[in-house]
Design a protein around this ligand. Sequence first.
Ligand code: ZN
Ligand code: ZN
Length: 236
Amino acid sequence: MHPVTVTVFPSFCRLCGRALEEPGQKVVCGHCLDRVEFHHGPVCPVCGRFYHQAAASGLPCGHCLERPEPFSRHRSLGPYSGRLKEIILLFKYKGCEVLSQPLAAMAHEHLASDGFFNGLDFIVPVPLHRKREKQRGFNQAELLGRALSGLSGVTLLPGILIKIRNTPAQVSLEAGERETNLRTAFTVRKAEKINGRAVLLVDDVFTTGSTLRECAAELRRAGAREVRALTVARAV
Ligand SMILES: [Zn+2]
Ligand SMILES: [Zn+2]
């Protein structure tokens, strides 16, 4: 009879290679999570654009003054670069779905003190078309939304907002084409559930904002009283 040997494979941080020693830690170490750069300065109170001058604090940006947004407030944690971008890429494309937990925890910690989650009735994830979701195996926005729901106590409402047109990937398009690409791509089912309610839309990355804009407009058309939006990172 052969002796039974149990080999425990240590896991290592996918970003820096350190051993993952803390209990519950998966994929990325605490050191790398701590080094994520948030935007701490002032932002446009509506679209959340990062301001780099304190003087602009409290006033909406030129874009928001020119064109009112269908959402009342959008916030991102920080720019889509560095550690934050690397973590999002692991989360979305490398099968590291467990990263929805630390990403949601960072978002909750960063925004809850400003009362961002106060008065919300539901969290609604930005949907993928069912074909795209089947390919990927999950909807990253829904995983983030579920984790945020657990942290904030706001009910997750998946399947209310659906994507009815499988549009080409946004990254392959120029900014001008993106708006056209998304028009009528989303619709709301069971509108009575969100009628008169305050809803938080959740997605991973804010690029031009056209996806959030279209989703928020659709939720408002369906009767939502207020739509806020949260993305982990902002590309512009
Ligand atoms: Zn690390
Ligand atoms: Zn703005």
